[in-house]
Design a protein around this ligand. Structure first.
Ligand code: COA
Length: 355
């Protein structure tokens, strides 16, 4: 019995290859730096969806499909926005995804997230939703739908680098959840909603908000070591560190740090965060000698999303926005090449008397 299914191969995929020990991340044969610099979020989606959501896909075709999807999602806002606006954001986004029709095309499902999250964030500030501009990239239009103004190119580029970096990562818990749902031949919309639900836990996509809480609590450089020692002594986990697969350095953490640095003067509290990172890695090594615990992608995610102006309760929904393209690719691949996923459990409960 392997309770966390660690190392268990449960699917074959052509989508992403993750070798945590060797620091490798490939998306359909392309390395991370190339995907960020040359393909961007829409181009990465085209690579992932090629042969699954159509043939001849490229960056421009996906950008236009996402744009049309955002326009359709905006028209559907009256169906759910009123019921969702008073809920905590993570729950409200669940409602937004639940309102997506089963027969929706992949781009339409993915587009529900930027439109829904932006409308929810504006509505809690008492502002009406901003209609999408279908000619923009997802990153630029999302920031525009949030603020009402076209974003600075550097902010849109930083968010695009984030969305691209976390678009897919092998068989993550949420991706597996999406594949299990797709394996029953349920709809793609159902698979994305299930993936989202799995993502919201703090051991998966819920960590970046708590990373900022940690930086806030530590306060300044003088308080770093005492705070870390106390939390570890209390048995708490340090958010933004450790990963089931990435036992060595996660190249995505470095890619996000580089994207953050490109923001120049708007890059937020990176210096302080680097100091916390250094001290936390040393403290974890002392506490868990022999267990490689490295900085994970959520650490610099938190700083980047804060620097582009997002509130911390939006971090997990924005992660879902990015990862939805990956969930859809895996759900489509599962439908095309996989079988019903139905493992077994070892019964350890009581036997009936008669037996
Ligand atoms: N802080 C403190 N201790 C940690 C740790 C962290 N960030 N990550 C792992 N550990 C410790 C655990 O407490 C456990 O110790 P124990 O054996 O004494 O109980 C040991 O390392 C193994 O943890 P386990 O949860 O079995 O390993 P895993 O491979 O499943 O861990 C995570 C992966 C992500 C669940 C884990 O590293 C974690 O909880 N990280 C913090 C949350 C986070 O940043 N999540 C985002 C992931 S991208």
């Amino acid at each position: 019995m392997n309770s966390g299914l660690e190392g268990v191969i449960a699917a074959e995929t052509v989508l992403t290859h993750v070798d945590g020990a060797r620091g490798i991340w490939w998306l359909r044969g392309h390395g991370l730096a190339e995907v960020i610099a040359e393909h961007g979020y829409e181009g990465a989606t085209a690579l992932l969806w090629q042969g699954f959501a159509g043939e001849g896909l490229d960056r421009a075709r996906i950008q236009s499909a996402f744009g049309a999807g955002r326009v359709a999602a905006f028209a559907r806002l009256p169906l759910w926005l009123d019921a969702a606006r008073r809920l905590p954001l993570a729950e409200a986004v669940r409602l937004a995804l639940a309102a997506v029709a089963d027969e929706s095309a992949p781009a339409g499902i993915a587009a529900a997230l930027p439109v829904g999250i932006a409308a929810l964030l504006r509505s809690r500030a008492g502002d009406p939703p901003v209609a999408p501009d279908p000619t923009l990239t997802t990153a630029a239009d999302f920031l525009r739908m949030l603020s009402g103004d076209r974003p600075a190119p550097a902010s849109a580029a930083a968010l695009d680098a984030y969305l691209t970096t976390v678009i897919d990562n092998g068989l993550a818990a949420s991706t597996f959840a999406a594949r299990v749902i797709a394996s029953t031949r349920a709809s793609l919309a159902a698979a994305v909603l299930g993936g989202y639900c799995a993502l919201t836990g703090p051991l998966h996509g819920g960590a970046p908000g708590p990373v900022l809480d940690m930086l806030d609590e530590i306060g300044d450089a003088a308080g770093i070591d005492a705070w870390l020692e106390q939390k570890l002594a209390e048995g708490e986990r340090l958010m933004g560190f450790g990963h089931r697969v990435w036992r060595g350095r996660d190249p995505r953490a470095d890619a996000l740090k580089a994207a953050l640095e490109r923001l120049g003067p708007d890059r937020g509290r990176i210096g302080f965060a680097e100091a916390v990172e250094r001290r936390a890695l040393a403290a974890l090594q002392r506490k868990k000698p022999g267990r490689p615990i490295e900085t994970n992608v959520e650490f610099y995610t938190a700083l980047l999303l804060e620097a582009v102006g997002l509130p911390r309760d939006a971090f997990t929904p924005v992660f879902a926005l990015a990862r939805s393209a990956g969930w859809l690719a895996h759900a489509l691949e599962q439908q095309k090449t996989g079988r019903l996923i139905r493992p077994a459990a070892a019964y350890i409960g009581p036997k009936p008397q008669a037996a």
